[in-house]
Structure formats: structure tokens, C-alpha cells
Design a protein around this ligand. Structure first.
Ligand code: UDX
Length: 436
């Protein structure tokens, strides 16, 4: 099939490349000419495992093209809208400027029978409004939310755990669902659930999934706060409750909490939308979820300050990690980078390292000292804090080796990812999040 993808960021670039990889002819469009140039040369504009190969192969085969010229979408059977919906500058709502502009821009190039498939995360009710603009062209609007996780985006797109299609009622909707089935044929042939529903449900599936995940993380971080005043160990607690299949161990990792381009802004946009709908009270708990999450960053900073005797002023603090999670160079709303910046603000000499995210971090926080090499970054540290659980810090850094580099023996484990006993045995003062 011939497909177009509008917006070539973390979502769109992966979607375009994955669709080409499963055999479609794809054109990706973005307004950012530098990004398009990189993609058209066969390279991803950001770090995502497996994406370099996928884009390289797609571009070389001629089945994957990138352009800034929206006209190129003409002739595609399905037009995916994958632009971002950031938080507005003056509130919690989602900024729909880019989604509205993408759909408006598409209108002159649509042919009767085309599908416009929204993938962006939007407040419930958006699709119905956009459909009013798309329908007069003879095309059909569908909402087809995306659940990819950064770091696993290629796998999640090619082999998703479910597909959701929000379609209009009646025959038009059935036909639209059939076209999407054709697009995702390889996944559906592997028995991936394909759920056909209305617009509102499809939109809500996405925001409620993210709200649930955020709630799960904040739940365990709330338990960490209780553990901190009782001497309990939240990691053992998570293991124990996680054995209950109804609860499950995934997303019960206590630490400095969630960040990134999705979870934080999505729970806020959900609250804002619920209030507009007169149902603010239904998701009022999301405010607590947000507050618990943000408190954990304060806690991590406090642990470093306390461990260093009450002040970090003129102390060398090495921060291991900047990305909001490992296998990503994304620093949007990164708790890791936030902790580093706060320590700097308290007068610490912060040295920060990360396997992939230094360039992005330096662009928005040039005041920090960035060092590429992990061991170089550790040299002379009075205290070390792990804030992104890259294997380079979690598995590959032994406390014995760290002892040959750092001056102090203080390690704060902001992700509860280190072997506390091993670090203590090597003479380090170990501080976890919700661990004794
Ligand atoms: C999320 C959703 O998982 C995905 O389905 C959706 O499409 C987009 O938003 P992503 O933002 O890539 O994906 O990251 P995710 O893996 O969900 O992690 C989010 C944050 O939660 C990270 O900062 C991570 O470090 C943190 N986290 C995750 C925890 O603090 N504890 C955990 O147990 C798990």
C-alpha cells in the first residue's frame, strides 16, 4: 500500500520506517528540513535501537522517502498523523496546534476513499471535531493510537501487543477498519488483537493506558515514602506483591519516577480534559500521581545533600544518566536531568555523563559539565548518583572499579538498580530510594 506519515519525530519516523519494513511504500513529511535531510540520507535524527538499520534499508530500497513537501502525500491510501501534542505553556491541556495544522494541511491533497489515521495522543473528543473537516473531502478519519515505548519503539511498532481503531459508525467505519487491517496485515496474521471501536473509546484507550502506568509507578513510589520512615525495603515489597499475577511486577520500579515526552504531559492533559467535561473529580487522583512523582526528585536531591553532610556546595557530584530512561537519548521532562540541574543549583560541581543523551542535555542545560567517558566522569567524585539505569552503570560498573576513580564513597541509587550489598561490601555508603 502507499502510505504517508505526517510528523517524523519519535513516533512518526519509527512508524514510517516500520511500515516500509513490512512492505508498504511510505512517504514521511515534516516541516523540519534538517530532520528530513537526515532521514532522507538514511539516518534517524535521534537514538532508537534498531532504527538506523530500518531507515537505512527502507531508503535504500526506495520504499521509504522523506520530504518537507506535503504535496507528496497525494496518492497515498492512508495518511498517518503522528505530530506531537505537547503541554500548553500556560496550563495542563494538550496543545493541538500541530494536529490541527497537519489535518488542515492534508485536506487539499485527499481523495475520496482515503483514510486519515490519527496516531497522536489527543484529548477525548478531538477526533470527532477533526472528522467534521475531513468528511467533506470524501476521505474518512480514523483514530489509531500508538503505544510504542521509546527504546523498544521498532519492536513495539512491528509487533504491537494490540491494535486499536476508532472508526465512524456504519459501513464507512467497517470499510475504514478493513483498510487498517490491510495496513497491519503482518501483525494481524500473528493474532495481534485488533480492536475496532468508536473515536472516543480509541482516544481514551491511549490516555487511560498511560494514566494507569503512571499510577502504578507513583503507587510504588508512595510505598517507597512509607518504607523510608519505617525501615522497610520497597524493592522486596515490589517483588513480593508483584508475584500476585493480578498486580504484576512490571512498572513497580521505585526510584526518581517517570518522565519523558508522554506520561507526565498525558496525565495532565487527561485531568484538564476531564475538568472540561465536568468530570474532574473522576481523575483527581492523577494530581496525586503527579505530585508523588515530582516529590521523588526532591528526595533524590535530599539524599545527596544529607550524605554529603548537609550541603553540596563546592562538592564534586557525578551524575550517571541524563535520559529519562535507558536505551533513549530523550531528555524531555527527564527526572535524571532535573536532579542534576537541581544539584548544580545548590552549588555542587556537577559532572554528568550518559551514553546517548549528552548532546541533547547540553543544548538545554549548557551550565553542567558533560563528560562522555564514564570513568572520566567518576574521577574525583565526592558523591555519585545513578539516575538512569543504563547497563553501563547498573551491570558494568563494579564498586571496586568505582573506588579506584572516585574520591568519596557515597553512592545514591536513584533507580534502585544497583546491588546494595556489593557496594556496601566494597566500602561505599549506599543510599537507595525507599530502601534502608
Ligand atoms: C510510555 C508508554 O509506556 C507507552 O506505551 C506510550 O506509548 C508512551 O509513553 P515511554 O514514555 O517510552 O512510553 O516510557 P516508559 O517505558 O513507559 O517509561 C516512562 C517513565 O517511567 C520513564 O522515566 C521510566 O524511567 C519510568 N519508570 C518506568 C519508572 O520510574 N518505574 C518503572 O517501573 C517503569
Amino acid at each position: 500500500m502507499r502510505l504517508s506519515v505526517i510528523g517524523c519525530g519519535y513516533l512518526g519516523a519509527v512508524h514510517a520506517a516500520a511500515m516500509a519494513a513490512i512492505g508498504h511504500d511510505v512517504v514521511g513529511v515534516d516541516v523540519d528540513s534538517a530532520r528530513i535531510e537526515t532521514l532522507a540520507a538514511g539516518h534517524p535524527p535521534f537514538f532508537e535501537p534498531g532504527l538506523e538499520e530500518l531507515i537505512g534499508e527502507g531508503v535504500a530500497s526506495g520504499r521509504l522517502q522523506f520530504t518537507t513537501d506535503l504535496k507528496a502525500v497525494r496518492g497515498a491510501a492512508v495518511h498517518f498523523v503522528a505530530v506531537n501534542t505537547p503541554q500548553v505553556k500556560d496550563g495542563y491541556a494538550a496543545d493541538l496546534t500541530y494536529v490541527n495544522a497537519a489535518v488542515q494541511g492534508l485536506l487539499p491533497f485527499l481523495s475520496p476513499g482515503d483514510l486519515v489515521a490519527g496516531k497522536s495522543t489527543v484529548p477525548v473528543g478531538t477526533a470527532a471535531t477533526l472528522a467534521e473537516r475531513v468528511t467533506p473531502t470524501g476521505a474518512t478519519l480514523v483514530w489509531n493510537p500508538e503505544f510504542l515505548r521509546e527504546g523498544w519503539a521498532v519492536q513495539d511498532t512491528i509487533d504491537p501487543d494490540r491494535l486499536v481503531a476508532g472508526v465512524p459508525a456504519g459501513e464507512e467505519g467497517e470499510r475504514a477498519a478493513d483498510i487498517l487491517r490491510e495496513v497491519y496485515h503482518p501483525s494481524i496474521a500473528k493474532n495481534t488483537p485488533f480492536i475496532v471501536t468508536d473515536y472516543a473509546t480509541a482516544e481514551l484507550v491511549k490516555v487511560s493506558a498511560n494514566a494507569f502506568l503512571a499510577t502504578k509507578i507513583s503507587f510504588i513510589n508512595a510505598m517507597a515514602e512509607i518504607a523510608e520512615v519505617t525501615g522497610a525495603d520497597v524493592t522486596t515489597l515490589a517483588d513480593a506483591i508483584g508475584h500476585d499475577a493480578r498486580i504484576g511486577r512490571r512498572f513497580l520500579g521505585a526510584g526518581i519516577g517517570f518522565g519523558g515526552g508522554c506520561l507526565p504531559k498525558d496525565i495532565r492533559a487527561f485531568s484538564a480534559r476531564a475538568e472540561e467535561l465536568g468530570r474532574g473529580e473522576s481523575v483527581v487522583f492523577l494530581r496525586e500521581v503527579d505530585a508523588i512523582n515530582l516529590r521523588r526528585r526532591d528526595r533524590a536531591v535530599d539524599l545527596v545533600v544529607t550524605a554529603l553532610g548537609g550541603s553540596v556546595f563546592k562538592k564534586n557530584v557525578t551524575v550517571l544518566g541524563a535520559a529519562f530512561k535507558p536505551h533513549s537519548d530523550d531528555i524531555r521532562d527527564s527526572p535524571a536531568l532535573d536532579v542534576a540541574v537541581r544539584l548544580h543549583g545548590l552549588g555542587a560541581w556537577v559532572t554528568l555523563t550518559d551514553p546517548e543523551a549528552i548532546e541533547n542535555a547540553r543544548r538545554i542545560h549548557p551550565q553542567l559539565n558533560y563528560v562522555e567517558d564514564r570513568d572520566e566522569a567518576l574521577r574525583g567524585a565526592d558523591a555519585v548518583i545513578v539516575v538512569t539505569e543504563w547497563d553501563e552503570y547498573r551491570r558494568e560498573l563494579s564498586p571496586e572499579h568505582a573506588s579506584t576513580l572516585a574520591s568519596g564513597r557515597i553512592i545514591v541509587d536513584g533507580r534502585n538498580c544497583l546491588d546494595a550489598a556489593a557496594w556496601r561490601a566494597a566500602g561505599w555508603e549506599y543510599y537507595g530510594m525507599g530502601r534502608p
